[in-house]
Design a protein around this ligand. Structure first.
Ligand SMILES: [Zn+2]
Length: 381
C-alpha cells in the first residue's frame, strides 16, 4: 500500500540517510513533532520501521531511534537488452538479494521481440527470484528507449518496439504492480536515493556503453522523459576535424564516444573488423593507434561532462555504464575538463566538479529498475 506524504518523507529519509530520532526527523523534514510521531507510528505498525532505545552516553538519557526494516518490501528489477532479461530481487534498501537471467524470445519476422513472450519470461524470472524472499511487492522493468506514463514503450530501441504496452500483460500474469522505465532514468532514480542524490540535489548522469545515455535530476526530482532523449548532448560538437557520426555530423561527441562508432572508425582505418575490447587490450600493450581512438573517446567524454555540468548548473556528474571504466579518469579526459574549467585572467568565479564513476554490469541496471519499483511501491513520484 502506498504511504501518506508524511510517512513517505520519513521512510525515504530513513532509507537514504539511515536511522534517526523522531526529533531529528522533524527538524530535517520540517515536520511538527506530532506529524513525525504519527508517521513513525504508522510505519512501525505497517512493519516498515522499528524503534529501539539507544543509550546516548553514560549520563545522557537513552534515545528512541527509528530504523527502516530492510525486508519490509521486496521488488524484482529487470533490465531488458536485445536478447536477455537480467533480473534481481532487492529489499527496501536496494540491496540485491538474488539474481537470475533468461533469454528473451527471438525477434519475429518484423524484427520485433514478441511482447507476450517477453512478459512470460519476466513473469517466470519473478517467480524464480520470488522464491528467495518472503514476498514480492512489485516489478520494475528498465529498457533503452522512450517510455510514457511508466507503462507504454513508445520506442524500444533494442527490441524493435513501437507503442507497446508491456505493463498490462506483465501485471495480468503476475498480479503485481509493474513500473516500466527508461533504463538511464531508472539509474538516475537509483542514484537519487542511494548514490549522488545523498549529497547533491541536482546532478547529471552519463552512461557510456552500447549507446550514450543521459539522466537528469533537478532539485531532488528525476526528469522522467528528456525532451530530446539525450540527442542534443550526444551530438555536441567536439572537433570539426573529427570523425563523422551515423547521422552525418563531423566530430560530434557521439562520433567519438559511441561504441559502434568507435568500432566503425577503427575498423575502416585498420582495414579489418576491430572491436572495442580489442582496442582496450591493444592500448594496454602499448599500441598508439588504439590509444588514439580511446583518448579521442575520453576527450569527448570530458567535453560532455563540462557541457552537461554547465547547462544543468551542477558540480556533480555521474559516469556509468559498461565502457566507462576505460575512459573515465584518464589523463585525456581529465586534461579536457581542467582546460574547460580554467578561468580567464579577469574571471573570479571558480568551480570544481565532483565526477563520480560507477562502472555497471547488467545486474546493476536491473537494480536501478528494482529501485524504481521500490519507489513506486512506497508511492514516491
Ligand atoms: Zn552527431
Amino acid at each position: 500500500m502506498a504511504l501518506s506524504p508524511g510517512e513517505l518523507a520519513v521512510a525515504r529519509h530513513l532509507l537514504i540517510h539511515g536511522p534517526s530520532t523522531r526529533g531529528d526527523l522533524g527538524d530535517r523534514l520540517n515536520l511538527s513533532y506530532a506529524s513525525t510521531s504519527r508517521a513513525a507510528r504508522a510505519l512501525i505498525e505497517g512493519g516498515m520501521a522499528s524503534e529501539a532505545l539507544v543509550p546516548e552516553s553514560v549520563v545522557g538519557r537513552p534515545r528512541q531511534v527509528l530504523t527502516a526494516v530492510p525486508g519490509a518490501r521486496h521488488v524484482v528489477g529487470c533490465k531488458l537488452t536485445a536478447d536477455t532479461a537480467y533480473g534481481v530481487v532487492c529489499d527496501m534498501f536496494g540491496t540485491v538479494r538474488s539474481t537470475a537471467r533468461a533469454a528473451l524470445p527471438a525477434p519475429a519476422a518484423d524484427g520485433a521481440v514478441p511482447v507476450e513472450g517477453t512478459a512470460k519470461v519476466i513473469a517466470q524470472l519473478t517467480t524464480r527470484l520470488g522464491r528467495r524472499v518472503p514476498t514480492v511487492d512489485g516489478i520494475g522493468v528498465a529498457l533503452g528507449g522512450i517510455i510514457r506514463n511508466r507503462s507504454m514503450v513508445r520506442e524500444g530501441t533494442f527490441l524493435g518496439w513501437r507503442d507497446i504496452d508491456l505493463a498490462t500483460p506483465l501485471g495480468e500474469r503476475t498480479g503485481l504492480p509493474v513500473t516500466i522505465t527508461n533504463d538511464v532514468t531508472a539509474l538516475a532514480r537509483e542514484q537519487l536515493w542511494f548514490g549522488a542524490g545523498r549529497t547533491h540535489s541536482t546532478f547529471g548522469l552519463i552512461t557510456v556503453g552500447a549507446g550514450l545515455g543521459f539522466g537528469v535530476v533537478r532539485e531532488g526530482v528525476a526528469v522522467e522523459e528528456l525532451i530530446d532523449n539525450g540527442h542534443l548532448l550526444a551530438h555536441t560538437p567536439v572537433d570539426t576535424r573529427g570523425p563523422q557520426c551515423r547521422i552525418g555530423h563531423t566530430g560530434c561527441a557521439a562520433a567519438y564516444l559511441n561504441r559502434d562508432d568507435i568500432e566503425h572508425h577503427a575498423s575502416v582505418a585498420a582495414g579489418r573488423a576491430v572491436t572495442f575490447g580489442e582496442l582496450i587490450r591493444a592500448r594496454a600493450a602499448g599500441d598508439p593507434t588504439a590509444a588514439h581512438w580511446l583518448d579521442g573517446a575520453a576527450r569527448a567524454l570530458g567535453h560532455l561532462v563540462a557541457t552537461f555540468a554547465g547547462a544543468l548548473q551542477t558540480s556533480c556528474v555521474v559516469l556509468a555504464g559498461e565502457d566507462v571504466a576505460t575512459l573515465a579518469g584518464t589523463p585525456a579526459m581529465n586534461d579536457v575538463i581542467a582546460d574547460r574549467l580554467r578561468p580567464g585572467r579577469d574571471e573570479t568565479q571558480r568551480c570544481a566538479l565532483d565526477i563520480i564513476t560507477t562502472p555497471l554490469t547488467f545486474n546493476d541496471w536491473a537494480r536501478g529498475a528494482a529501485v524504481v519499483g521500490i519507489q513506486n511501491a512506497l508511492g514516491a513520484t
